[in-house]
Design a protein around this ligand. Structure first.
Ligand SMILES: O=P(O)(O)O[C@H]1O[C@H](CO)[C@@H](O)[C@H]1O
Ligand SMILES: Nc1nc2[nH]cnc2c(=O)[nH]1
Length: 301
């Protein structure tokens, strides 16, 4: 397959840390992907666990399996189809990742986020990230939609930041700010649209925390996460968002609360991935509607 684009992965970071894909390697992947679609999207959407249905709603749909893209990772998790879907929402070209990469699959943080750099090199300037998450905030209910206003990147705090390693200034600066990781204007517009759609009762605004997974949290861990300001907990998203902000992309994030996080030793409920996927089915339609409206109504960058 490498022969398709003549891509061999180059030396990588001098100290063996961080991405082993150079700017040129990623650009070859981006140019290859562009040969597989007539769309030239400026908007990309990463679909979380069980949330890939949004990609099915695109018009003029074209699909490209990750396994058919030279040097692209592959999805290993149920609920992540493992393909790029190109098409249109209204008159806007978009691309969806129907399935993302997680650190618990064995991918380092930079590799989880590597598709974001490919998107950037394809011309994308706005990234939508969605995920399935557990509700840590006791006021949250299963089926709530949470607009992500900020995140706590736990793996990143332990040096599993996707930007670890040599910095290529063509992507961004060595020390990027993350104070406004999630675009305020898009969040405001999403609130307005959600209220018009009658979603006010189940729309939240909160802080997403990423843990590496794949085990769900202990009760003591959940109590700690709440203390530090977590509203929703998951195992993804932060590497993608940090990488997107590093290369100057505008980011909008949304979590679907798929399960309650049990924080009481007397409570026998346990989280499981099947429940996560089931909740996705229950609320996915509303999430899709909100994102489609947002894409249609937002200003181009
Ligand atoms: O974050 P996404 O990919 O939506 O998936 C979430 O759901 C899975 C656990 O059920 C984990 O992968 C967690 O991160
Ligand atoms: N870590 C974590 N990830 C999730 N993804 C969906 N639900 C959960 C959860 O409760 N915890």
């Amino acid at each position: 397959m490498n022969g398709v684009v003549g891509l061999t992965i180059s030396t990588g970071s001098v100290r063996g840390l961080g991405s082993s894909y150079s700017y040129e390697d990623l650009d070859k992947i981006a140019q290859y992907v562009l040969t597989c679609t007539k769309q030239r999207p400026k908007i990309a959407i990463i679909c979380g666990s069980g949330l890939g249905g949004l990609a099915e709603t695109l018009s003029e749909k074209e699909c490209l399996a990750y396994k058919d893209i030279p040097n692209f990772p592959v999805s290993t998790v149920p609920g992540h189809a493992g393909r790029l879907v190109f098409g249109k929402i209204g008159d806007k070209s978009v691309m969806c990742m129907q399935g993302r990469f997680h650190m618990y699959e064995g991918y380092p943080a930079w590799k989880c986020a590597m598709p974001v750099r490919v998107m950037k090199l394809m011309g994308v300037n706005t990234l939508f990230v969605t995920n399935a998450a557990g509700g840590v905030n006791p006021d949250y209910h299963v089926g709530d939609l949470m607009l992500i206003k900020d995140h706590i990147n736990m793996p990143g705090m332990a040096s599993n930041n996707p930007l670890v390693g040599d910095n290529d200034e063509r992507f961004g600066v060595r020390f990027p700010a993350m104070t406004e990781a999630y675009d305020k204007k898009l969040r405001k517009l999403a609130h307005e649209i959600a209220n018009n759609l009658g979603f006010g009762d189940f729309l939240r605004d909160g802080v997403y925390t990423m843990l590496g997974g794949p085990s769900f949290e202990t009760i003591a861990e959940l109590r700690y996460l709440r203390l530090i300001g977590t509203d929703a907990i998951g195992m993804s998203t932060c590497p993608e968002v940090v990488t997107a902000r590093h290369c100057g992309m505008r980011v909008f994030g949304m979590s679907l609360i798929t399960n309650v996080c049990v924080m009481d030793y007397e409570d026998d409920r346990v989280p499981n991935h099947e429940e996560v996927l089931e909740t996705g089915k229950m609320r996915a339609g509303d999430m899709e509607l909100l994102i489609r409206r947002l894409v249609s109504e937002m200003e181009d960058e």
